[in-house]
Design a binder for this molecule. Structure first.
Ligand code: ZN
Length: 333
């Protein structure tokens, strides 16, 4: 492979990803994925690291190769393709476009909106949106591990324009609850977020139980929705803000920081607009990128996204259009 001469780099990669190479720069990306065949070969390596295995009869062995990427099992004659059963199933979009989209999503600091993707990759808006939505669902598979240590949890309001309306809990803006690992003496670790219909305990507590490991120290404000956290096995630390109002960033620096980044991202990359049914998709994408912000190699993040895409089941057109039901994500094994 061209442009990959540094032996240290190769050694490190061998340890990281079992000898599957990935591009580090745009130039390498362009060189490595000039056409459909190159993309398909890469996906095959991700999907079947030890060689093709028939999804029908589980026999391993090189399949017959037909036109349009069809793979035929030599034992049971089952026909499949590298994208069948994955988030890219039945796509009519060229793999080169999928790869370009993944590259921009993972290497641009703030990702791309569907609008920008449409212009950059040269697809229709609908195609750009579809790729984004499907990738966002793939991103979540890798966000399973629970947060641990010291965690700040608080809600923030995003979107909408409030004209002197109600403030605080109970407005018509969308509510996102945020959990942030706080490092000692300073700095933040991983995050998780969930779009919730309201700030009651029936939404806040299940979120915390899903994303935070038992035994963790959970910091919240004095809101009643956080009552009773200790009975779920958490060390609950409450900071009751004084009526005069300590600024939120004093008590909850992590959540405050993440919330302002999230809002800035929605304002910047997405021009401040989103459909509430899709908000969870947006925050999942934000979370994926945030949790990999310190990765030395953007190419590795690109590689991980495609790897996830290969083990994520297809979603329906309705889910692409009207919003994915994220509650079922947690129930899948
Ligand atoms: Zn077979």
């Amino acid at each position: 492979m061209t442009g990959m001469t540094s032996s240290t780099k190769t050694d490190k990669r061998d340890n990281l990803i079992n000898r599957i190479d990935f591009p580090d720069t745009l130039r390498e990306f362009v060189q490595e994925f000039p056409d459909e065949a190159a993309c398909a070969t890469y996906l095959e390596k991700l999907r079947w690291p030890s060689g093709f295995c028939c999804p029908a009869c589980q026999t391993s062995g090189e399949p017959w190769r037909q036109t349009r990427g069809r793979l035929v099992c030599t034992t049971c004659r089952h026909q499949t393709s590298v994208t069948t059963g994955t988030i890219m199933e039945k796509t009519r979009t060229p793999l080169t476009s999928w790869f370009e989209a993944a590259w921009h999503l993972t290497t641009a600091k703030n990702g791309f909106s569907a609008k920008t993707l449409e212009r950059t990759v040269g697809t229709s808006y609908r195609t750009a949106w579809t790729m984004l939505q499907r990738y966002r669902v793939s991103m979540v598979r890798s966000e399973r591990g629970q947060l641990s240590g010291a965690i700040e949890v608080d809600e923030t309001l995003v979107g909408g324009v409030v004209h002197g309306g109600k403030r605080g809990r109970g407005t018509s803006k969308s509510i996102v609850v945020i959990a942030v690992e706080v490092k000692e003496p300073k700095g933040f670790g991983r995050i998780r977020m969930r779009h919730i219909p309201d700030s009651s305990g029936t939404n806040l507590q299940p979120f915390i139980c899903d994303v935070v490991a038992k035994g963790a120290k959970v910091r919240t404000d004095g809101w009643t929705g956080y009552n009773g956290l200790s009975k779920y096995g958490y060390l609950h630390e409450r900071t009751v803000l004084s009526p005069s109002g300590d600024p939120a960033h004093v008590a909850m620096p992590g959540v405050h920081r993440v919330a302002s980044l999230l809002k800035r991202w929605i304002l910047g990359t997405h021009q401040g607009s989103f459909i509430p049914a899709h908000l969870q998709s947006y925050v999942e994408e934000f979370t994926f990128r945030f949790n990999r912000r310190t990765s030395n190699s953007r190419g590795l993040v690109f590689h991980r996204l495609l790897e996830q895409a290969m083990i994520t089941s297809p979603i329906t057109e309705a889910e692409v259009t009207f919003g994915y039901d994220w509650s079922k994500k947690g129930k899948r094994s």
